[in-house]
Write a protein that binds this ligand. Structure first.
Ligand SMILES: [Zn+2]
Length: 252
């Protein structure tokens, strides 16, 4: 089958003709699931002065405040469902078209839509669970919330006594080394790098498309608004993400 829309057809041809595709996703993929772009003006996260990682480590009161905020804003993550964009990307993965999904998002919606865990590389962590900062043991948020709601008890690791934090990367916290390394390897090895829903302004993440391009990969950008890297891209689509990707899966 072919598409009557030549741009959609070209996107589909690029995707199907590539040897190794890496998809890089940003907030624009998840806004269609009701998750606000945390950097957007007026967003719930911009109301608070961010708690820096160092403050979180040093102050019990900052940790308490951080959990207070987490549970105040958590419903958006607990209730969000994958949208057509996530579902299309999961379909690409199922069809063997995509080798990995590098994401700036922290909502876990790629995994929820069916992309296997090992194919998702989370550059900014994950807001849907917590982990011990010392031994990395995962802790479910529900358990922490239950205790916190009683008397604002802040959690510590039951294995090693370490500090528990949501599994996101905070301001002042270094980028996750293993994930950055894997993302780099995948980026260098691909022949098609496809950006979906990222305005490509947050570094170091936004350096990946440039890296891919320098290594000879084709660069495809699907984002509602223009980005600073449109000039080096082989194909740019300024369109709604879910609807556009759904068209691709329907001609595949
Ligand atoms: Zn621990």
């Amino acid at each position: 089958m072919t598409s009557t829309d030549p741009t959609i057809q070209r996107l589909s041809d690029m995707l199907n003709g590539a040897r190794k595709v890496v998809i890089f996703t940003g907030a624009g993929v998840s806004t269609e699931s009701g998750i606000p772009d945390f950097r957007s003006p007026g967003g719930i996260w911009t109301k608070y002065k961010p708690i820096e990682f160092q403050e979180f480590l040093e102050s019990e009161e900052k940790r308490r405040e951080s959990w207070r905020r987490k549970f105040k804003t958590d419903e958006v993550f607990r209730t969000a469902k994958p949208n057509d964009g996530h579902k299309a990307i999961a379909q690409f993965s199922k069809n063997g078209l995509v080798s990995s999904v590098i994401t700036q998002n922290i909502d876990g919606l790629h995994q929820l839509s069916g992309v296997p865990d090992h194919q998702v590389i989370e550059l900014h962590g994950n807001a849907t669970y917590a982990a011990c900062l010392s031994c990395r043991k995962r802790v479910a948020l529900d358990i922490i919330r239950e205790l916190f709601e009683v008397d604002e008890q802040i959690p510590t690791c039951d294995s090693c006594g370490g500090i528990i934090k949501t599994a996101t990367i905070s301001f002042g916290q270094s980028m996750p080394e293993a994930e950055m390394l894997r993302a780099e390897e995948e980026t260098r090895a691909c022949d098609l790098f496809m950006v979906v829903g990222s305005s490509l302004v947050v570094y170091p993440a936004a350096g990946f498309p440039v890296m891919a391009k320098r290594n000879g990969a084709k660069l495809l950008i699907l984002n509602r608004d223009p980005t600073d890297l449109d000039g080096i891209a082989d194909l740019v689509l300024n369109r709604e993400i879910g609807a556009t990707l759904a068209k691709i899966t329907s001609i595949k």
